[in-house]
Design a binder for this molecule. Structure first.
Ligand code: ASC
Length: 545
C-alpha cells in the first residue's frame, strides 16, 4: 500500500508550555501528523517548505532506507537542503514493524518543533508476541524559549554561550512554564491558554495499553513514570525486548520504547505521568501529563503530589536498565561472532581556535556543503577531506577521569569507509568534559542501520579483557544507544546498506558542536540518484539523468 502525505512546514507562534514562541509546525501542528502504516508500505511525503527564510530537511529516524539512501533526509550527508518555497518528495518503504520517529535534520530545527511519530504495524494476520487492548504514542521533548538562531550564535561564538537547561519538558507537545517567573512578560505567558493544557492519556479501567514512548529532546536525558503503575518494556527501537518490569523508564534522545501498562489502580481518580531530567543538574520543572481513568474528567488533577523521580546524579539505575535490555526469546537476530574492524571513539570536549567543540578521537566534525552521497557517487574529489578520522586514541596515556591536558582539537569532514558486507565494532568511550569531575551522557544514533548492543562498562574500555564479556547470545538491536558518564558502550553492525550514513550524538547542540562521524559502504552499489537531492555546493547545475 502507498500512504501519501502532503505536509507544509511553517513557523507559527505557539504556546506549548504557555509561553508564546515561534515554533516550526507541520500542517499547523507540533508534534506534526503521525505516520501510521503497515510493514511493507510505501510512504510518500510531499514536503513544502513554507519557512520563508530557512531551509529544511526531514530525517526518518529508525527507517533504514534500504535502496533509497538519498531519502534519509540528512542535510549535507544525503541531500541538499530544501529551499524556502520548494516542495521535496520523500519516498521510502517501511520494511519493519515498530516505533519510529521523524524530525528535522537541518541545523537545530528539530528542537523548534519539527518532529512526529511513525508507527508501523504488522501485516494483516500476523501478531505481536504480547497482547494489549489499545495502542498509543507519545513523544517527550524539552523546550527552549530562545530561538535556534540565538542558540547557534552562542554555541559558535567566543566567549562560548551554552544553551543551558530547557525552560520546560513537553509530553506530546504540552508542558507548563511558570508564568509568574520573575522577568517574564505577562503578554507572552498565559497560564490559562488551552494550548498548554496538560496532555491527557485516557484509559479504560482494567484495559492494557501499549504505550509507545519516543524521546526527541534537544539535550535532556529523561526518566518517565506513571504514578502507581508499573510498565513492562516490550520493544526498543523497533525490536522486541525480553520483557522486564520498571517503575521508572530512562529514555534518551532518539530512543523509542513500547511499554505495556494495565489500568489496574483506583478508577475513581486520575494519576500523574511525569518526565524528569536526569544526568544533568537541572532545575527545569518535571513535565507532567494526566493518566486519565475514564470517566473522570481529563483535566481533573490527581489528588496526589507527582512522583519526584530518581536523583539526577544516580547513574547506577540507568546503567542497570541499559544492561537489562535484551532481545526477546524467539526473536533474536544473532550477531556475527567476530568483527572485521574495531573503531574506538573517544568522546571529548575541546577548543578549536577558542570555540568550544566536541570531538571524536580529537577530530571535531563539520558538515560540508556538498552531500557526501552525491560527491562520492560522482567523484567530486574536493567536497570533503578524503583522509579518514582516527580509529582510536592514545589508550596508554589518556586519562578519561580528568580534564584533558591538551584540550585543543582539529576539525574534520573525513569519513570512515567500510568495506561492503563487513562487520564493524564501535566502542564509544566517554571521558571527562572540560569541567573537572564532569562526564555527560551522550545518546548516539546510527542512520541506515540497526546495531547490536554488545555491552556497557565503567571506566576505560580494555581491548583485551572487555570483549570477552560481550553479549553475543541475545543482544538487543537498536539505532540509538547511550554512553554513560565515564563509561563505554560497545556496538556491532553489518556494513550492508549501500549509502552514506551519519553516526552522531543525538543532543542537538552536541552534533552542532562537532559530535559526529560519517560512514560509507557500498557506494558503487547505490543506484542513480534523484535530481531532487542536488543543487547545492559542487552539485549546483549538476544533473545526471
Ligand atoms: O556542550 C556542553 O557545554 C556545556 C558546558 O560543558 C560548558 O561549560 C555543557 O554542559 C555541555 O553539554
Amino acid at each position: 500500500r502507498v500512504r501519501h502525505y502532503k505536509w507544509e512546514a511553517k513557523y507559527e507562534f505557539k504556546s506549548p508550555d504557555c509561553y508564546k514562541k515561534l515554533a516550526i509546525t507541520v500542517n499547523g501542528k507540533t508534534p506534526g501528523p503521525s505516520i501510521v502504516a503497515q510493514q511493507g508500505d510505501t510512504i510518500i511525503v510531499e514536503l513544502k517548505n513554507s519557512l520563508l527564510t530557512e531551509n529544511v530537511a526531514i530525517h526518518w529516524h529508525g527507517i533504514r532506507q534500504i535502496g533509497t539512501p538519498w531519502f534519509d533526509g540528512t542535510e549535507g550527508v544525503t541531500q541538499c537542503p530544501i529551499l524556502p518555497g520548494d516542495t521535496f518528495v520523500y519516498k521510502f518503504i517501511v520494511d519493519r514493524p515498530g516505533t519510529y520517529l521523524y524530525h528535522a535534520h537541518y541545523g537545530m530545527q528539530r528542537e523548534a518543533g519539527l518532529y512526529g511519530s511513525i508507527r508501523v504495524s504488522l501485516p494483516e494476520g500476523e501478531s505481536e508476541p504480547f497482547s494489549y487492548d489499545y495502542d498509543r504514542s507519545i513523544i517527550l521533548t524539552d523546550w527552549y524559549h530562545a530561538s535556534t538562531y540565538e542558540q547557534v550564535a552562542g554555541l559558535s561564538s567566543i566567549p562560548f554561550v551554552w544553551v543551558g537547561e530547557p525552560q520546560s519538558i513537553l509530553i506530546q507537545g504540552k508542558g507548563r512554564f511558570n508564568c509568574s517567573t520573575p522577568g517574564i512578560q505577562a503578554s507572552l505567558c498565559n497560564a490559562t491558554n488551552p494550548e498548554c493544557t496538560p496532555y491527557a492519556l485516557t484509559v479504560i479501567p482494567r484495559k492494557t495499553y501499549r504505550l509507545r514512548i519516543g524521546s526527541l529532546t534537544a539535550l535532556s536525558a529523561l526518566n518517565f513514570e506513571i504514578e502507581g503503575h508499573n510498565m513492562t518494556v516490550v520493544e526498543a527501537d523497533g525490536h522486541y525486548v525480553e520483557p522486564f518490569v520498571v517503575k521508572n523508564l530512562f529514555i534518551y534522545s532518539g530512543e523509542t520504547y513500547s511499554v505495556l501498562i494495565t489500568a489496574d489502580q483506583d478508577p475513581s481518580r486520575n494519576y500523574w505521568a511525569s518526565a524528569k531530567i536526569v544526568s544533568r543538574n537541572s532545575n527545569t520543572t518535571n513535565g507532567l501529563a494526566i493518566f486519565n481513568y475514564y470517566p473522570n474528567h481529563p483535566r481533573r488533577n490527581p489528588p496526589t503530589v507527582p512522583a519526584p523521580g530518581p536523583h539526577w546524579n544516580d547513574n547506577e539505575p540507568r546503567l542497570t536498565q541499559s544492561i537489562a535490555i535484551k532481545s526477546r526469546q524467539g526473536y533474536i537476530h544473532p550477531p556475527p561472532q567476530t568483527s572485521d574492524r574495531v573503531i574506538v571513539m573517544l568522546n571529548t570536549q575541546n577548543n578549536i581556535n577558542g570555540v568550544r567543540r566536541w570531538s571524536i578521537n580529537n577530530a571535531s566534525y563539520n558538515l560540508p556543503h556538498t552531500p557526501y552521497l552525491i560527491a562520492l557517487k560522482y567523484n567530486f574529489t574536493d567536497a570533503f577531506d578524503p583522509s579518514p578520522p582516527p580509529d582510536g586514541y592514545d589508550f596508554a596515556n589518556y586519562d578519561i577521569y580528568s580534564v584533558a591536558k591538551n584540550v585543543n582539537a582539529t576539525t574534520s569532514t573525513g569519513i570512515y569507509r567500510n568495506k561492503f558486507n563487513t562487520t564493524v565494532d564501535i566502542i564509544l568511550q566517554n571521558a571527562n568534559t572540560m569541567n573537572p569531575n564532569n562526564s555527560e551522557t551522550h545518546p548516539w544514533h546510527l542512520h541506515g542501520h540497526d546495531f547490536w548492543v554488545l555491552g556497557y562498562g565503567k571506566g576505560k574500555f580494555d581491548k583485551t579483557k572487555d570483549p570477552k564479556n560481550f553479549n553475543l547470545v541475545n543482544p538487543i538491536m537498536k539505532n540509538t544507544v547511550p554512553v554513560h558518564p565515564y563509561g563505554w558502550t560497545a556496538l556491532r553492525f553489518r556494513a550492508d546498506n549501500p549509502g552514506v550514513w551519519a553516526f552522531h550524538c543525538h543532543i542537538e547542540s552536541h552534533f552542532f558542536m562537532g559530535m559526529g562521524v560519517i560512514f560509507e559502504e557500498g557506494i558503487e552499489k547505490v543506484g542513480p540518484l534523484p535530481k531532487s537531492i542536488m543543487g547545492c555546493g559542487d552539485t549546483k547545475g549538476f544533473h545526471r539523468p
